[in-house]
Design a protein around this ligand. Structure first.
Ligand SMILES: Cc1cc2nc3c(=O)[nH]c(=O)nc-3n(C[C@H](O)[C@H](O)[C@H](O)COP(=O)(O)OP(=O)(O)OC[C@H]3O[C@@H](n4cnc5c(N)ncnc54)[C@H](O)[C@@H]3O)c2cc1C
Length: 449
């Protein structure tokens, strides 16, 4: 049986790992560079996918990192998460958990949060750190290259599917400027967020059934580490949701980095958004985390990606085109711009050289209000959060692809022989669930032989 895997991110790599030395022939296509030539500026593309230079925070919970619970009972997903985690553990060699150990302490924090309308989700986290995450990818790269039944093609951009009678027969691709067609029995698409546009083209061209996902827009908050210690020392990452009183919108904390650094994420088309990461062996004095407001559009407007890009574009424009904005919380509340001199005098030292500005020119009132209300609530369990010296970087946007309609085996409902996995199919938004989706596809292929 001949299999094509499109994309070498968490989903594609896990599918390939589970097909090594099995009775199938696999061609794996990655449009970005191989590891030898990939550099750190290539955040979203290249072998390893978007997770390659990430913080490598494996969230071992069904609640976060994707929507796979919509396709299977929670128990089943827990088992699959464990299986995917086993791969990350054995290849990276990182065996210890960073959080989730102290049950009593977690319960107390949960209780404290609940008194202020904040819902804390305890989660087990294996934190690899950017350094160990890269080590994992290097080792897997070698394993895949050595595997006799797997051929890896980098700088190979899959441009189209070959579809006959609602059945996928193969792919069209472009390798080193040369276009060709190749035929396969099964195709696994794991194109990630950088493959959003491609996936949308396929949806339109082949009428692939899909649903809409929300767009999450907000800021990255940076505070002195001591403010979050009570939470991060026990949980490493606090995952908190809050429903605001005025709009009843869901605001959530996301991607907490104790001792971490703020970074800029370069999206397709040069769009800059904020992100954060941390190292296992190098720390700052701050903690950063994203505060995101989730918005789902209904009708007539149904393009959440476009909306998110519009807001991010605005922030880039005001930051001079090649930067993101930083604002002190004190300035944000007073409705004035942060300036170089105000940032210089600020107690919290920024870990990114962002442009001091005014986020109220960027975000609609609804977002500003939701963010302020949530920061004030968080201040009740993490005193100091709403201090004027707290820094906000904008904007952070999480774009999710259209959600392809799949069954529990990740088979596309409306096209035979196509598996849709990971972030590109709008099913996941984190390394572990993306891995799980690749694992499910590989298992189904082996079972169907
Ligand atoms: C800076 C950053 C930090 C992050 N930190 C974390 C974290 O700590 N923990 C966590 O759980 N998640 C994190 N994430 C999210 C995580 O990286 C993704 O959820 C995960 O990588 C999704 O895996 P994927 O396989 O679906 O897609 P991706 O990892 O995006 O991989 C898709 C791959 O497909 C390739 N591709 C796309 N289109 C084509 C095509 N047409 N032909 C060939 N190849 C194609 C792309 O080049 C890419 O390499 C982070 C993301 C970023 C950007």
């Amino acid at each position: 049986m001949k299999i094509a895997i499109i994309g070498s991110g968490s989903a594609g790599m896990t599918a390939a790992y589970n097909l090594i030395d099995k009775d199938v022939t696999v061609d794996m296509f990655e449009k970005g560079n191989g590891l030898e030539s990939r550099n750190r500026n290539e955040v979203m593309e290249g072998f390893g996918g978007a997770g390659a230079y990430s913080d490598g925070k494996l969230t071992l919970t069904t609640e976060y990192g994707g929507w796979l619970t919509d396709y299977m009972p929670e128990r089943e997903l827990e088992e699959l998460i464990k299986e995917a985690d086993d791969m990350w553990k054995s290849v990276s060699g990182v065996l210890d958990l960073s959080s989730g150990a102290d049950y009593e302490a977690t319960k107390n924090l949960q209780y404290e949060c609940s008194k202020h309308g904040l819902r804390l989700y305890p989660a087990k986290i294996r934190h690899l750190g950017t350094d160990n995450c890269l080590l994992f990818i290097e080792r897997l790269y070698e394993m895949i290259k050595k595997a006799e039944n797997i051929n890896l093609f980098c700088n190979a951009n899959v441009t189209d599917l070959i579809v006959e009678n609602d059945t996928v027969k193969g792919i069209e691709l472009n390798i080193n400027g040369i276009s060709e067609k190749r035929y396969y029995d099964k195709v696994i698409a794991g194109v990630g967020r950088s493959g959003n546009a491609w996936m949308q083209d396929m949806v339109r061209k082949y009428s692939i059934k899909n649903d809409l996902n929300p767009v999450d827009i907000g800021v990255r908050v940076e505070v002195p580490r001591a403010i979050t210690d009570k939470f991060t020392n026990n949980l490493y990452e606090f995952k908190i949701k809050y429903y605001t009183s005025e709009f009843e919108d869901e605001v959530r904390t996301f991607c907490v980095n104790p001792g971490g650094f703020i970074s800029i994420e370069k999206n397709t088309g040069g769009l800059l958004t904020v992100n954060g990461h941390s190292y296992k062996n190098r720390h700052s004095d701050n903690t950063n985390f994203a505060l995101l407001v989730s918005t789902k559009f209904t009708e007539p407007f149904d393009e959440p990606l476009k909306y998110g890009r519009y807001i991010a574009n605005l922030s880039n424009m005001l930051a001079g085109g090649d930067n993101v904005i930083v604002q002190r919380y004190g300035d944000f509340v007073r409705g004035r711009r942060s300036t170089e001199s105000r940032i210089r005098k600020n107690f919290v030292r920024p870990t990114l050289n962002a442009l001091p500005g005014d986020l109220s020119f960027v975000l609609p009132y609804r977002y500003l209000h939701n963010l302020r209300e949530t920061i004030e609530q968080l201040d009740k369990v993490m005193p100091g959060m709403a201090d004027p010296n707290t820094l906000m970087y904008g904007v952070e946007v999480k774009f999710y692809s259209v959600r392809i309609k799949v069954d529990k085996h990740m088979r596309a409902e409306s096209l035979e022989n196509l598996y849709c996995t990971g972030d590109g199919a709008g099913l996941t938004r984190g390394i572990i669930q993306a891995s799980v989706s690749g694992l499910i596809a590989a298992k189904d292929i082996l079972q169907s032989k």
